[in-house]
Ligand binder design. Structure first.
Ligand SMILES: [Mg+2]
Length: 157
């Protein structure tokens, strides 16, 4: 593993609880044990890149609130799923990483996880929130429900 690409909403913190109310942003907390995972990645010199969709300032505020501003290497904020694909390719180029060495983690099986899988990245489906109450993990996709499980997965990624 040479590069960690992560979704933001419902992957780094529970943004469902915001219910669209920006005033609640101060209540966001990084998911338990995620900091442990990032510590391991930083120790292994694996850059952490956020690939998300939405408003840049809003997404950056969330990252700041959960204490990751100094932890992440970069953040790409797409306006659409199509733009997410473009950014993913751009990230591969900018880091000069072959896609097999990239881990893509997200809560949406049919969005970022499918995207990562399509390109041949290692994929983790973080089963949290409204999109994840049912459904099977596609072949080759690691399905987890906590960062404790992510931590256990790291040696095989
Ligand atoms: Mg998400």
């Amino acid at each position: 593993m040479k590069l960690w690409v992560t979704d933001l909403d419902n992957t780094l913190c529970d943004t469902d609880m915001l219910e669209g109310d920006e005033n609640k942003i101060g209540e966001l907390e990084l998911f338990p044990d995620a900091a442990k995972v990032f510590k391991v990645l930083v120790a292994q010199s694996v850059p952490i890149v956020v690939l998300t969709k939405g408003d840049f300032v809003y997404q950056r505020s969330k990252i700041h609130q959960i204490g990751l501003t100094e932890v992440i290497d970069n953040m790409y904020v797409a306006e659409s799923d199509a733009e997410k694909v473009i950014y993913f390719k751009k990230i591969l180029e900018e880091y000069g990483t072959s896609v097999e060495e990239v881990v893509m983690i997200g809560d949406r099986r049919d969005s970022e996880v499918a995207l990562g899988k399509e390109f041949g990245a290692k994929t983790i489906w973080f089963r949290h929130g409204k999109y994840n109450e049912e459904g099977e993990a596609p072949e080759g996709v690691h399905a987890v429900e906590s960062y404790e499980e992510v931590l256990e997965l790291i040696p095989e990624l």
